[in-house]
Design a protein around this ligand. Structure first.
Ligand code: U2F
Length: 432
């Protein structure tokens, strides 16, 4: 740690999967640059830290600490759902406690605040023992902080949601899994957190914000992060997507991506690819290389030869969504993707897979009216053609209004900027 004398020490605990670590690091960087006299110790598994911190510069008051991923040396993965997550959760609390002691010795500073992924219910007890504040960062949307056609009317602000869209493991699904247990414990303890910041903006969900604000201490919308963070680890354009988009006509291209965790099953990739060719829709598709083999015979060759399609393993998504050639985002409805699409004013076709993605997609279609969910729940050629035809012939006026509100929220006097100041007071201990 270099520069100004440090007088406070904040611990950050990440849930080391999918986009969670990158978000926690973004939050940490925002806090660290606003509070240069505070040291932030960032605890994460080695594999994820290695990626996050490669090429990172200019954050002299952030210290990287690696914790164990809980995978025994001789362990052989058998393909159980969330196998890696479950192994990590079994050791997480002990590992964070151990690493905190190391960081305190290294810096000579006792931890004065815990800033943790909202999933980590145990941080509440740790903070109580240490007599310090606990900030529980919620990385998904407010709509998932709470199957079938039954309407849920017990959550103010979520009146029109069907039970089937609530994340699995909350009211149904495997309620005994370590992940579901974690969600339940989190639900029981979250109200004790001193602050619950969220990567969203309050104008998106005013009723939910009101509801959550009355149930939680300092429920603070401080996003969208994609509109406030300039340097992003994901922004390199290795596959020249932007110049490819430059050669496409305005508002003609479907951008397709299903996030960092899931790939649709092979037969759905085929149906989606066939629908693109059938409707002659130009597309840019981000998908891992292992999946290329599932595409219909000749699909990649045909579409690249006539320049109607480009398939790559990674794109600078935020830049892509903001490109004038993009007409629609075909997405899994991951929270970051939804926020980035809103920030760019691009309507969505959603094919949700797990967790909050169903809720997010429901909100996109029914509440915000900024896109639609694929009919029948998965990609068939027929449903996909209809969805594409609908989006291409329809104008989604509300997306422009929400885009505008998102940009206003992060402007210097906007709601998210004000909320960030409140959060900073909690984290740095300067709350009056
Ligand atoms: C989990 O979500 P994912 O990580 O699968 O998906 P997103 O929340 O949409 O985040 C994906 C991010 O990766 C970026 C993209 C997003 O910021 O811009 N990206 C990219 O830059 N280039 C690419 O080619 C591909 C992706 C979980 F599965 C969801 O249900 C949760 O909502 C989410 C947040 O908790 O975490």
């Amino acid at each position: 740690v270099t520069g100004t004398v440090k007088n406070k020490h904040v611990a950050v605990f990440t849930f080391p999967y999918s986009s969670h670590p990158a978000l926690l690091l973004t939050l940490t960087r925002k806090l660290a640059s606003a509070a240069p006299t505070v040291v932030f110790s960032f605890f994460n598994i080695e594999k994820s830290n290695r990626v996050l911190f490669s090429g990172l510069s200019g954050c002299t008051n952030i210290l990287r600490y690696d914790v164990s991923d809980g995978i025994p040396d001789d362990y052989v993965f058998v393909g159980k759902p969330q196998e890696d997550v479950n192994l990590f959760l079994a050791v997480a609390e002990d590992e964070f406690r151990r690493a905190v002691r190391v960081a305190e010795i290294d810096t000579g500073l006792k931890i004065s605040c815990l800033v943790v992924d909202g999933f980590f219910w145990f941080a509440g007890d740790m903070a109580t023992e240490m007599n310090i504040p606990w900030v529980a960062f919620w990385t998904a949307g407010a709509c998932s902080a709470g199957p079938d056609e039954e309407i849920v009317d017990l959550i103010p602000g979520l009146e029109s949601v069907r039970l089937g869209d609530l994340p699995s493991g909350v009211v149904m699904g495997n309620l005994e899994s370590p992940f579901a247990t974690m969600l339940h414990k989190m639900g029981r303890t979250l109200a004790r957190a001193n602050a619950v910041p969220i990567n969203s903006f309050q104008e998106l969900d005013p009723d939910l914000t009101k509801n959550l604000s009355s149930n939680l201490n300092k429920f603070l919308n401080i996003g969208p992060f994609n509109l406030t963070t300039k340097e992003k680890t994901s922004e390199h354009d290795e596959y020249a997507c932007i110049s490819w988009l430059d050669n496409q006509k305005t508002r003609t291209v479907a951008y397709i991506c299903f996030g960092t965790v899931f790939t649709p099953p092979a037969h759905e990739l085929v149906e989606l690819a066939e629908a693109l060719e059938e409707t002659e829709t130009s597309f840019l598709w981000s998908i891992n290389k292992d999946s290329y083999k599932h595409f219909p015979k000749g699909f990649l060759e045909r579409t690249s030869a006539n320049e109607t399609g480009k398939v790559v393993p990674w794109v600078p998504q935020d830049q892509v969504l903001n490109h004038v050639a993009i007409r629609v985002f075909v997405t899994h409805g991951g929270w970051n993707s939804v926020l980035e699409s809103v920030g760019a004013g691009v309507p969505m076709i959603c094919r949700p897979f797990i967790g909050d993605q169903h809720m997010n997609s429901w909100m996109v279609e029914r509440v915000w009216e900024i896109g639609l969910r694929i009919q029948g729940g998965n990609f068939t050629k027929r449903a996909t053609c209809r969805a594409l035809e609908h989006v291409f012939s329809h104008s989604y006026k509300r997306i422009e209004a929400l885009k505008d509100l998102a940009h206003k929220a992060v402007a210097s006097n906007g709601s998210s900027s004000q909320n960030f100041k409140t959060l900073l007071e909690v984290v740095t201990g300067s709350t009056p």
